[in-house]
Design a binder for this molecule. Structure first.
Ligand SMILES: [Fe+2]
Length: 211
């Protein structure tokens, strides 16, 4: 099987195996979009960032290792993009150290009527400022540990094998520590083509003790 198809199958199996991802089943698993050129949704080609992704092999879990292997095998066939412009208030280190690819949905290598899904790679020591978007989101963490914030729950730590659900229009943020993270993300619901917006212009994270 060609690497990008193998990744799609591994990621689809992974999402289907989790009860927490129920509302997101079926986003992956669609037909290959052979008629379109794979293109990114972002501001800059982030393949030089994705080139470091082998560092994610170390932080996997028994449940996630095969999806990470499939992602690494397919990495060079995917379009990796910086999701925001360099001057966006996305957080300290974000622009130079985060890369996203879309696997399923509009403009992606696989068709989907149910939503969008892809991979999100964030290197160590990076902040992702509070932002929100209309679609519901899951982060299925495939490798590494990081801290995640949501306006409803405050900060919590999560790692490989965990799934984080973000409701529609909910402020959320994250920061990596000494580990890089690799995340399988999915969106479903309204406003799929509208980009996330930031809570303020500072790019600052909420304090650890505050919701
Ligand atoms: Fe999000």
């Amino acid at each position: 099987m060609i690497p990008i198809n193998a990744l799609m199958h591994a990621a689809n199996r992974y999402l289907d195996a989790h009860a927490e991802t129920m509302g997101f089943h079926g986003i992956l698993g669609g037909d290959r979009n052979v008629t379109i050129a794979v293109r990114g949704h972002g501001s800059r080609d982030a393949r030089p960032i994705a080139a470091h992704m082998d560092e994610c092999r170390a932080g996997t879990d028994l449940r996630t290792a095969d999806v990470v292997d499939a992602a690494l095998a397919a990495r060079d066939d995917l379009a990796w993009w910086a999701p925001y412009a360099e001057d966006a208030p996305a957080g300290a280190g974000f622009f130079a150290n985060a890369a996203v690819t879309t696997l399923a949905g509009e403009g992606a290598p696989f068709a989907s009527d149910a939503g969008r899904a892809g991979l999100f790679y964030v290197r160590a020591g990076v902040e992702y400022a509070p932002h929100a978007h209309a679609p519901r989101e899951i982060y299925a963490i495939l490798s590494g540990r990081a801290r995640y914030w949501n306006e409803a729950t405050g900060w919590r730590e999560a790692g490989a094998g965990d799934v984080i659900l973000t409701p529609e229009h909910s402020w959320h943020a994250m920061k990596t520590g000494s580990d890089p993270v690799l995340i399988l993300w999915a969106w479903t619901g309204e406003g799929m083509t509208i980009r996330p917006h930031f809570r303020d212009d500072t790019g600052a994270l909420p304090p650890e003790e505050t919701k």
